[in-house]
Design a protein around this ligand. Structure first.
Ligand SMILES: [Zn+2]
Length: 72
């Protein structure tokens, strides 16, 4: 009697195999696992330290430009 062993083989979680990416932390778009940045501009865990630093600088410059434009 090996009926039980066969039923166990069928009960596999399918979701684990269908997910081929991870959602962006900013907008939730599903990105490839090797993606370094989302189209919205947010970086993923694959981004290097330097890429993150450059991203921070870009954000900071954009902020400074806005601040300058508002005060002028
Ligand atoms: Zn995004």
């Amino acid at each position: 009697m090996t009926e039980t062993s066969e039923t166990v083989g069928v009960a596999m979680p399918r979701e684990v195999e269908t997910i081929q990416g991870k959602p962006c932390r900013s907008c939730g778009t599903l990105l490839p696992l090797d993606a370094r940045a989302c189209s919205c501009g947010a970086l993923t865990d694959n981004a290097t330290f330097r890429e993150r630093a450059e991203f921070e600088v870009k954000q900071w410059r954009a902020y400074k430009e806005r601040a300058t434009a508002e005060s002028a």
